[in-house]
Write a protein that binds this ligand. Structure first.
Ligand code: HEM
Length: 295
């Protein structure tokens, strides 16, 4: 019986609420142990706990984000297990983010000076609060009593918009850590490329579905060779841009900010002007061109 045989993954211990407690139990114990050893009398100590709790949360966010697409790309016992337990990976993320929320409140209420002087930026606070509103709504509607309050379509819109918003938050934090702030840590690279991979899996599954649809319509793989080549070049450009953000950051900043009409988005609009996602838009455009069907 191996992990890939599927038998192990069908075991009750690794599914549903058992899986939830199997993962979020140790995360909570680790948080309590870290708290016992931390100096929480100052903002910096609490900030370190915020960081630790998020690092325990983000992998489950990426897994939830990629689960269904992984199953489209690589159908099998492991991806079926991922899909079967997607809700519980989401709840594990929510439980770990509850710890971050606890330490954020601790910082804002007990160490308000530190929060105001070292952390507070209006647009970041807007992004963070919207993120938590999405997370709370997604968690509440993951239970039957919450789910029945929404139509199936609204439920899908909420969970799709919410998971994209939360993925975008985490991905952008690590993009800035790598390409804007000095001395990125190895873990920042792992979480940045992890976030990129989670998105790339979705893009690849979308591409696979588009190709399958086109082939169904025309009974042949009818991508136009010229467009395919241009598409491959555009995807390659996007990949290079995703790996070398600091090379084009200043130019993008110059082109995208500082105008009268961008003043309000620069102050309030989450993620504006979207630098971390620009390479992804380029890759998506390239994918679109690669699969552009013959008329
Ligand atoms: C108002 C809400 C929020 C506040 C005040 C807040 C505050 C903070 C603070 C102070 C840190 C820095 C910790 C440190 O480096 O010492 C941090 C890091 C981080 N936060 Fe939040 N946060 C909020 C919401 C969110 C949300 C919704 C997400 C979504 C995923 C998130 C993801 C992250 C990530 C990925 C990091 C980087 C952790 C690392 O260094 O690896 N935060 N946050």
């Amino acid at each position: 019986m191996t992990i890939f045989s599927g038998e192990l993954l069908k075991n009750k211990a690794f599914n549903g609420w058992n899986l939830f407690w199997l993962v979020s139990g140790p995360i909570s114990i680790a948080m309590l142990i870290a708290m016992a050893g931390a100096d929480l009398s100052g903002g910096a100590g609490v900030s370190a706990m915020i960081q630790l709790s998020v690092r325990c949360a983000v992998p489950w966010l990426y897994l939830t984000f990629a689960a269904s697409s992984l199953h489209v790309l690589l159908p099998g016992p492991l991806t079926r297990w991922l899909l079967r337990n997607r809700k519980f990976f989401g709840l594990i993320f929510a439980a770990a983010m509850a710890w971050q929320g606890f330490f954020i409140l601790w910082m804002v209420i007990i160490h308000s000076d530190y929060y105001i002087n070292e952390v507070y930026v209006l647009r970041d606070a807007i992004e963070g609060v919207v993120g938590y509103i999405f997370l709370a709504a997604m968690t509440f509607t993951s239970f039957p009593f919450g789910r029945k309050l929404l139509s199936p379509r609204l439920w899908r819109y909420l969970h799709k918009a919410g998971i994209y918003f939360l993925w975008a938050y985490a991905f952008s934090v690590y993009w800035w850590a790598l390409f804007y702030y000095p001395n990125p840590l190895p873990i920042d690279y792992i979480f940045y490329w992890g976030g990129f991979l989670a998105w790339a899996v979705r893009a690849a599954a979308w591409n696979k579905k588009r190709l399958r649809l086109a082939e169904k319509k025309t009974r042949e793989n009818n991508a136009q060779p010229t467009f395919k080549l241009i598409g491959i070049a555009v995807v390659a450009l996007g990949l290079i841009a995703a790996g070398f953000g600091s090379l084009w950051f200043d130019t993008a900043e110059e082109w995208l900010t500082g105008y009268a009409f961008t003043r309000v988005p620069e102050l309030y609009l989450p993620y504006w002007p979207f630098q971390p996602y620009l390479p992804l838009f380029v890759i998506a455009l390239g994918t679109l061109l690669m699969t552009r069907a013959k008329a």
